[in-house]
Design a protein around this ligand. Sequence first.
Ligand SMILES: NC(=O)c1ccc[n+]([C@@H]2O[C@H](COP(=O)([O-])OP(=O)(O)OC[C@H]3O[C@@H](n4cnc5c(N)ncnc54)[C@H](O)[C@@H]3O)[C@@H](O)[C@H]2O)c1
Ligand SMILES: O=C(O)[C@H](O)CO
Length: 325
Amino acid sequence: MNVFITRIIPESGLRLLEDAGLKVKQWTEKRSMTRGELIDACQGADALLNAGQRLDEQFLEASKHLKVIALHSVGYDNIAIETATRLGIPVGNTPGVLSGATADTAFLLMMAAARNAFYMNRKITAGEWDFFEPTANLGKELSGCTLGVFGLGKIGVEMARRCAGAFGMKIIYHNRNRNEEAEHELGAKLVSFEELLKQSDVLTVHTALTAETEGKFDLEVFKQMKPGAIFINTARGAIHQETDLIYALENKLIWGAGLDVTNPEPMHADNPLLFMPNVAVLPHIGSATEGTRSAMARLAAENIIAVSKGERPPFLVNPEVYDSL
Ligand SMILES: NC(=O)c1ccc[n+]([C@@H]2O[C@H](COP(=O)([O-])OP(=O)(O)OC[C@H]3O[C@@H](n4cnc5c(N)ncnc54)[C@H](O)[C@@H]3O)[C@@H](O)[C@H]2O)c1
Ligand SMILES: O=C(O)[C@H](O)CO
């Protein structure tokens, strides 16, 4: 099988593919491919390993010969999944291996927002560290606060573990289904979305981006949160409405925010969120540790190797493609 890879990925994944006898071509330029370039590159490929490219309907229709698409991510909002399923293309992702690293990032953003950390650092580099003032630079303490988790899945649980362990935070959550294991382990309590907004001192978002969650955190939602609350999003930028978030922060409807994801990405360097004291923004680095990225590359490779052997990808997003077989 010929495999096309849209970015330079960790060696661990490449080695697995090559050891399995697959032929690999990689896009090595430091820019995204255009749709046309991607279609052309996939013409001679049987498998696509995708990091960072949007795989829309038009691309998939032009590439329906692909036997498998392996995403180098757990999120699969970057692919027109119904189209892939209709065309019979199995799509794989990389769940689980990135949960700890992504929760670490959510925790870091929570701390950074609570203590104005990124802003304080900017003050030093701007030459504004002048004299000590007991009433200046004050942040928030998190001990004993309530963490509200929107989407208590794999990453949400890891974030809840860190907050309960480090700060004894009380955990409440809103999810499609009950997570009895987390209730047992962390004393987490399932609440309505309205209660989540009302009770959370820190509200952290960990759902996938879907039609249901897109734009969910808008002005009406921010208005229902505590004025002292910190909003954290490491899931997808399109889950919050950016202009509404800016309004909520500027008008003190909420206290602070920590974002690893924005809409659009990359965020423009003059975005007002980058200049607010209680806001911390990172450039989508949730899973960016050496160990995690290597593990993701291995899972993506395993998804392709399985198909090359006539098996199902072990981490399959659309099992329905096998229904008709
Ligand atoms: N910042 C990053 O680098 C980074 C890294 C990994 C994942 N992510 C994002 O995080 C998301 C979550 O990953 P995960 O591995 O924890 O997924 P997961 O499937 O284990 O957890 C998601 C949870 O959200 C719940 N959920 C979904 N829609 C909901 C809704 N409308 N209302 C309430 N609950 C809902 C699900 O039931 C599930 O429990 C991914 O889809 C991805 O978009 C971001
Ligand atoms: O969905 C994911 O896995 C991340 O956003 C990409 O690392």
